[in-house]
Design a protein around this ligand. Structure first.
Ligand code: DGL
Length: 271
């Protein structure tokens, strides 16, 4: 039981964890949220496994010291498939990770072809291959690294107009149609922010699958019973930490404001 407002910490290399935060916030608007965009180490998809493990342990320690979260959401497929076990070994608080939604995709696809779009590291790693073997052993599942799209979402999407978004997505729309993929797994959390655009420009018989709701429900399920006062209409101040000093301040201020958070640079002593 928690006799105060629960505090949930979400982390990603950048903006990809925001859809998960938004989902939980819609359910529990009076809860406290801390977000971390580890921009100084972006993109995680091109980092080595030892680097990522050490980085994630260090940055989590800092947030735990600062905010004492009740639960940590590793809202990044690359970080989860690489370092979730290490994080669980190091800390005693509960962790929720995210992995490409191969299981629901396999259930949806039947005989249709599935594609998983993810980072280079997730596509090359053992974890995704094991998920496919486990949940879609007899189905056609193709994987594709889309690092340029990760960069587009992180550094441009929130200030882009529709034409620029179309230009970034066009090669993937063409690829999906050409390969006749019918179920697309958004296996990098950044791509979830593109979901409405994929849905707008792809035919309706193509399903776009992501893990937001499943992960959101898991977060609610894992947190102890919340005995804090019910929502009174007062939204708490949520914090959006960002590491490094090489980021586009206008963009991150826009994002933080859109998600009703305060942008708060985190002095980066560990990268
Ligand atoms: N959002 C992350 C994921 O889900 C990775 C993006 C990056 O390469 O930093 O894999």
């Amino acid at each position: 039981m928690i006799n105060r407002v629960p505090l949930v910490f979400f982390m990603d290399s950048g903006l990809g964890g925001l859809p998960y935060l938004q989902w939980v916030k819609n359910e529990k608007p009076h809860w406290q949220f801390v977000y971390l965009a580890d921009h100084s180490c972006f993109p995680y998809g091109s980092r080595s496994t030892p680097f990522l493990k050490e980085r994630l342990v260090n940055i989590t320690s800092r947030i735990v010291e600062l905010h004492h979260p009740d639960l940590v959401v590793v809202a990044c497929n690359t970080a989860s498939v690489t370092a979730l076990d290490t994080l669980r070994d190091e800390f005693s608080i509960p962790f929720v990770g995210v992995v490409p939604a191969v299981k629901p995709a396999a259930q949806t696809a039947g005989v249709d072809k599935i594609a998983v779009l993810a980072t280079d590291k997730t596509v090359k790693g053992k974890y995704l291959k094991a998920l496919i073997r486990q949940f879609a052993p007899d189905q056609v599942v193709e994987t594709r690294a889309a690092s340029d799209l990760v960069d587009f979402v992180e550094n441009h999407l929130f200030l882009a107009d529709e034409e620029e978004i179309k230009e970034a997505l066009d090669p993937y729309i063409s690829l999906i149609l050409e390969k006749q993929w019918k179920v697309i797994v958004l296996g990098c959390t950044h791509f979830i922010l593109l979901k409405p655009w994929f849905e707008k420009w792809l035919p309706q018989n193509i399903s776009i699958i992501d893990s937001t709701e499943g992960v959101g429900r898991r977060i609610l399920h894992l947190l102890p019973e919340d005995l804090s006062s019910p929502f009174t209409g007062q939204v708490p101040e949520n914090i959006f930490h960002i590491t490094g000093n090489q980021y586009n301040e206008k963009l991150y201020k826009t994002v933080a404001a859109q998600y009703q958070m305060i942008l708060s640079p985190l002095k980066d002593k560990v990268s």
